[in-house]
Design a protein around this ligand. Structure first.
Ligand SMILES: [Zn+2]
Length: 421
C-alpha cells in the first residue's frame, strides 16, 4: 500500500509536465514530452525509494519494473541480484541517494539526457555480522517514452580506484546455506559440495573455538566458481591459493572494519583431504580478526597453521611439522615477513608452522596470542607514520616475550621438530 501511494505522489508531481505515463490518455497515446532536469531528478529519487521498498518487501515485480527492460544484460544481473538478496539473511537494507552528487549528460542527436546519481547501498548479514557494509553505486537513469528507468548501477572508475572486489551476490546465482552461526554461499556449480563443506565447517569451527580465545564462532564463508575476488586478494598464484580470509571495511577505502570473512578456492575446498586443514586455517584467521594485524607474517600464518592442527596431540603435531620440513632444504632457515613470505610460500609456511607449534609445545597455548598482543602494543607505542615494525624491533619483542630472536627461534624449532629435543 505504501509503495502504491508513493507512486501516486510522484505521478502527481509529474502531472503538471504532461509526462506521467500512468493512465491512458483520451484519443490514444501522445508522444511523451521529455522531463526537465529538476523533474527527472525527482522521478529518479522516487525510483530509488521504490527499489528500496521492493527489496525490503521482497516484491520482485516492483523491483524489476524500475529497470529498462531493453537492457537485457542489466535486467538479467538485476534479477539475479534480487533473487540473491531475497535468499540471504539481510538486515538494515538501505538505498540512500547521495545529496548533491547528481550529474546530467546533455542528450545527443535527439536522445534525452541521462542522469547519473550516486547511491549508497547498505546491507548487514543479519545474525552473522553486527555491522553494516555500504557500497557506493552510480545509478544511470534514462527517460524512455515518458517513463524513468534504470539502465546501469555501476561506477567502474570508482570501483577501480577504491580497489573494490565483487561480493558473491554480484557475480553468482547464490545457493545460501545456514548452519547455526555459520553462513555459507555457494553457486550452481559448487552446490553439490555444499553439504560436505558446511559439515566440515561446523567441525572446524569447534576446533578453532577451542584453540582461539574470545571468538564468537560466527562466520561467513564463500565457495563459488567465480574466482575474481579470490584472485584479487591472494598474494600467491591462484592455483596455489586454497583460500583467503579478509577484513571487510564498512565502506571501500575505510579503515573501520565491519567483519572478517573468507573465500575458498573450489579446486582445493572440494578435495576432501585438503579441505579440513584449509577450513581450520582460514577460520583461525577469521577468529583472530585484527589481533594479528601488527604481527610478522610468519606469526600470522604460523598461528593459523598451528590452529589447523591443534586437535592433534602434541607428539602428532611435532611429527607433522617434521614431515613437512623433511621435503625442504632447511640449511639456512629464515622466518619471513611481509610480501616476502609468499615468494617461497611452501618453505615459509612450513617454517612458520614449526616455529609456532614449537612455541606452543614449550611455552603453552597462550604464547601466540600474547606475542600478537605484544606486537600490537609495540606498534602502537610508535608514531602513526612509522610503518611496520623493523626486523630489529621484532627481535626485541621476541627476546622480551620468549627469550629468543627470530634466528634463534627458527633454529630451536627445527631442532625440536626433527629430533624431538
Ligand atoms: Zn593464512
Amino acid at each position: 500500500m505504501w509503495l502504491m501511494s508513493r507512486v501516486i505522489v510522484v505521478c502527481l508531481l509529474l502531472l503538471g509536465t504532461g509526462a506521467c505515463s500512468a493512465g491512458a490518455r483520451p484519443g490514444g497515446p501522445a508522444p511523451a514530452e521529455p522531463l526537465g532536469a529538476g523533474e527527472l531528478r525527482l522521478a529518479a529519487a522516487a525510483l530509488v525509494e521504490r527499489r528500496e521498498d521492493a527489496l525490503r518487501e521482497g516484491d520482485r515485480e516492483a523491483f524489476l519494473s524500475t529497470v529498462d527492460d531493453d537492457e537485457l544484460q542489466f535486467t538479467a544481473t538485476q534479477s539475479r541480484l534480487f533473487d540473491n538478496l531475497a535468499a540471504m539473511p539481510i538486515g538494515g537494507l538501505r538505498l540512500d541517494l547521495v545529496e548533491d552528487g547528481a550529474t546530467h549528460d546533455d542528450g545527443e542527436d535527439g536522445v534525452d539526457g541521462e542522469l547519473h546519481l550516486p547511491v549508497d547501498f547498505t546491507i548487514r548479514l543479519e545474525g552473522f555480522e553486527s555491522r553494516s557494509v555500504t557500497r557506493r553505486l552510480l545509478y544511470t537513469v534514462r527517460q524512455d517514452d515518458g517513463e524513468v528507468v534504470l539502465v546501469d548501477d555501476r561506477d567502474g572508475a570508482r570501483d577501480r580506484r577504491t580497489g573494490w572486489l565483487p561480493d558473491p551476490w554480484d557475480v553468482a546465482h547464490l545457493v545460501v546455506r545456514e548452519s547455526g552461526p555459520i553462513l555459507g554461499f555457494f553457486d550452481e556449480e559448487t552446490e553439490p559440495y555444499a553439504t560436505a563443506v558446511m559439515s566440515d565447517l561446523r567441525a572446524s569451527q569447534k576446533t578453532v573455538l577451542a584453540a582461539v580465545p574470545g571468538w564468537s564462532g560466527r562466520v561467513v564463508a564463500y565457495d563459488i566458481s567465480d574466482l575474481t575476488a579470490l584472485e584479487g586478494r591472494t598474494p600467491m598464484d591462484l592455483q596455489e591459493t586454497g583460500g583467503v580470509a579478509y577484513a571487510v571495511p564498512v565502506r571501500p577505502g575505510s579503515s573501520r572494519i565491519a567483519a572478517h570473512r573468507f573465500v575458498v578456492n573450489p579446486a582445493v575446498a572440494h578435495n576432501g583431504l585438503q579441505r579440513e586443514f584449509l577450513l581450520r586455517h582460514e577460520l583461525a584467521h577469521v577468529a583472530l580478526a585484527s589481533r594479528d594485524d601488527q604481527s610478522p607474517r610468519w606469526l600470522t600464518e604460523g598461528a593459523a597453521e598451528y590452529v589447523s592442527r591443534s586437535h592433534y596431540s602434541a607428539a602428532q603435531q611435532r611429527r607433522m611439522a617434521a614431515y613437512v620440513l623433511s621435503f625442504l632444504d632447511t640449511s639456512a632457515p629464515v622466518l619471513a615477513d611481509g610480501a616476502e613470505f609468499y615468494v617461497d610460500a611452501e618453505a615459509n609456511y612450513a617454517l612458520a608452522a614449526a616455529a609456532c607449534t614449537y612455541l606452543v609445545a614449550t611455552r603453552g597455548p597462550q604464547v601466540l596470542w600474547r606475542l600478537m598482543d605484544a606486537f600490537t602494543a609495540e606498534r602502537s607505542s610508535r608514531p602513526r607514520r612509522a610503518g611496520t615494525l623493523s626486523a630489529a624491533q621484532i627481535d626485541a619483542v621476541l627476546v622480551r616475550e620468549v627469550g629468543l630472536d627470530e634466528r634463534e627461534l627458527v633454529g630451536a624449532a627445527l631442532t625440536w621438530a626433527i629430533t624431538g629435543g
